[in-house]
Every structure is written in C-alpha cells, then in structure tokens.
Design a protein around this ligand. Structure first.
Ligand SMILES: [Fe+2]
Ligand SMILES: [Fe+2]
Length: 168
C-alpha cells in the first residue's frame, strides 16, 4: 500500500476502523451475555445494533472511494477486546464484573472516538463532506454510548460493586 498522501492515510484509517468495528461486533454479544445488570445487557445489545450500522457506513464510504474496507487488522481493538476477555475469565463477583465490563467498553468507545474524530476531519480536509457527515453520525453514537455507560456506572453499578466488597 502506497502511503504518499493524506488520502492514503485516510483509507488506511478507514480500513482500521472497519476492522475494529467488525471485531467489536463479535465481542458485544459476549459482553451482553456476561453482564448481569439488565440495563447493562440492554446497553450492549443496543450498541451491537448501532455497530452493525457503523460497519455499513464504513463500507459505503469505502465504496465511494473505490477501495475495499478489508485488508488491515486493527491490533488496538484486538488488545482492548482481549482485556475484556481476560476480565470475564477471572470470574469476578457479578457487580464487580459489570463495573469492569463498563470500563472495558468505555476504553473501546474512546478508542473508536479518536479514530472517527480524525477521519471526520480528514474527510472535510479532503473535500468529502458526505463521508464527513457519515463519520460524524457514527462518532455521535459512540459518544452517546460512552455517556450512557457513565450514567449507568454512576447510577448503580459502581455503587453495587463497592457494596459487594463491603460484604466480604
Ligand atoms: Fe462503532
Ligand atoms: Fe462503539
């Protein structure tokens, strides 16, 4: 892959995001299954649906650029998902697991937000306003997911996780 222009870098980052999203699409059902709190389960399932759209938007953008979204592995997302898996395999107490799943998911959302913010700006610079709009829509959904997770954590899950350590 030639890496001479900003457009080349833009395409590389789009491929990276596509890889990240498709990896996450496989991980989210596992996270929903592992979560105990019904609202947290629901949040993960809702984000799975959104993530399907994120993949589609990236495919649409790549089609417009006449490139394939495939061909790159996002090792950043791979690592973040691995951390989530490790947490689940340690079998923590239920509320503690929920709190841990939230932080794992928030790491993922922030990682995605960094990528989408950059790509959105590059799309603008490259004179691709439709791409920029699609990327912004996804970015907004990632941000909202992050906020929803914070609200869930603050409303109950962190408190319950702290309580469960009091019991011991
Ligand atoms: Fe996403
Ligand atoms: Fe996301």
């Amino acid at each position: 892959m030639e890496m001479e222009t900003l457009q080349d870098l833009y395409v590389e980052e789009l491929k990276d995001l596509w890889s990240a999203e498709t990896q996450l699409l496989k991980a989210l059902p596992r996270m929903a299954k592992a979560a105990t709190h019904p609202q947290l389960k629901r949040a993960f399932m809702k984000h799975e649906k959104q993530t399907q759209q994120h993949v589609k938007r990236l495919e649409r953008i790549c089609k417009g650029l006449d490139v394939s979204p495939r061909g790159k592995k996002c090792v950043g997302m791979e690592g973040l998902i691995k951390e989530g898996k490790e947490l689940i395999s340690e079998k923590p107490a239920k509320d503690v697991l929920d709190a841990g799943l939230i932080t794992a998911a928030q790491h993922v959302e922030h990682y995605e937000m960094a990528g989408y913010g950059t790509c959105r700006t590059w799309a603008r610079v490259l004179g691709r306003p439709t791409d920029a709009q699609l990327l912004q829509t996804t970015l907004d959904e990632e941000q909202q997911t992050d906020l929803d997770l914070t609200a869930l954590a603050e409303a109950s899950i962190n408190i319950e996780a702290a309580d469960s350590s009091d019991d011991e």
